[in-house]
Unconditional design. Structure first.
Length: 334
């Protein structure tokens, strides 16, 4: 039965993967066309982030963390890679492109963010290890109040002043508390949550689109001159993250499914969180890389998934149904 449902689940996941960036682009266009109206929403940024992370908490279960005990090595490898590779790649990209200080700080902040929850959908579409993907996203998110501000202070502090203490407290408020609250609500009202869960990714992406509108409104004048540079930086950052994440899985002897998941988890970031933090603690221009990343990593993730499926198609005749177990399609969004 699960196999029969797979095509419809695939279609729903692809609609999500491709629909999310469309809505984010619309948010950016609204912010560009109506900057004053979008700017009035700036005080709501933290509340919007809270909505996104509460939605993530609703999708999480205690069972997601069992994998840490059952298969600690791939989870450890993935989380370490998340907080080592992407910050390091961000620094390299900044130096290669000679980015201005504000944009450089924003690129580095994106690199220091935890994994994006849309990576779970892309991992499913890529026929990766979905359970590992969900666990890695969950663990990196819970570690974000410590690692994101410390890494940002260390690596981006030379470009702009960074108040790591305030940033850490903000992450606790807009990430940790809403995620834990979502977990509690799912535990207490599981039946109701299961009914509303399919709509939560769209609520989350609406919140991300609003944050992007706010970011674009604040950096509207600089977009025409810096937009292409930011796009190049984002494409390099994301692409190298995929490549080095996959290479990490191969070098540590992980199976192909886990390698794909490591590539996706490392390459895709919680850009909504990065955009909100940059707008609050850096500048609107510093938030621009995160806004562009929100669009690009969903598009590139869908392309990567299509490539993985194309590779698998060449081996399909040699594979039995038992060798390709159906996995439940996740319903999360960055």
């Amino acid at each position: 039965m699960a196999t029969q449902n797979r095509p419809s689940e695939d279609r729903a996941a692809y609609v999500a993967a491709l629909g999310f960036p469309v809505l984010v682009i619309i948010g950016g266009l609204v912010g560009f066309a109506f900057p004053e109206a979008a700017h009035t929403l700036a005080p709501a940024t933290n509340y919007l982030l809270g909505v996104i992370m509460f939605g993530m908490g609703l999708t999480m279960r205690g069972a997601d963390f069992i994998l840490v005990a059952r298969r600690p090595l791939p989870v450890l490898i993935g989380v370490v890679a998340q907080f080592v590779i992407m910050p390091a790649v961000a620094v390299v990209v900044v130096h290669l492109l000679g980015l201005p200080a504000e944009i450089a700080a924003g690129v580095i902040l994106v690199g220091c963010a935890p994994g994006g929850t849309s990576s779970n959908v892309v991992s499913y579409l890529s026929r990766g290890d979905v359970a590992l993907s969900v666990t890695m996203t969950s663990v990196s998110t819970l570690l974000a109040p410590v690692f994101t501000p410390l890494l940002t202070l260390w690596l981006a502090g030379q470009y702009m002043p960074v108040d790591a203490g305030k940033m850490a407290w903000s992450i606790v408020q807009v990430v940790l508390v809403p995620v834990l609250l979502g977990l509690i609500v799912r535990k207490l009202a599981g039946g109701f949550v299961e009914r509303v869960l399919p709509a939560m990714p769209w609520v989350s992406v609406a919140a991300i689109s609003t944050i992007v509108a706010i970011v674009v409104a604040g950096s509207r004048d600089a977009i025409t001159t810096a937009g292409l540079t930011v796009l190049v930086a984002v494409v390099l950052h994301n692409g190298l993250g995929y490549l080095l994440g996959w290479a990490t899985g191969r070098l540590t002897g992980q199976p192909e499914q886990a390698r794909r998941t490591l590539a996706i988890e490392v390459g895709m970031q919680n850009s909504g969180l990065a955009a909100g933090l940059a707008a609050q603690y850096m500048s609107p221009l510093s938030a621009l890389p995160a806004a562009v990343f929100s669009v690009w990593h969903n598009l590139s993730g869908a392309l990567l998934a299509a490539l993985c499926r194309r590779v698998d198609h060449g081996h399909a005749t040699n594979r039995t149904p038992a060798e390709t177990p159906a996995q439940p399609a996740p319903v999360t969004a960055d």
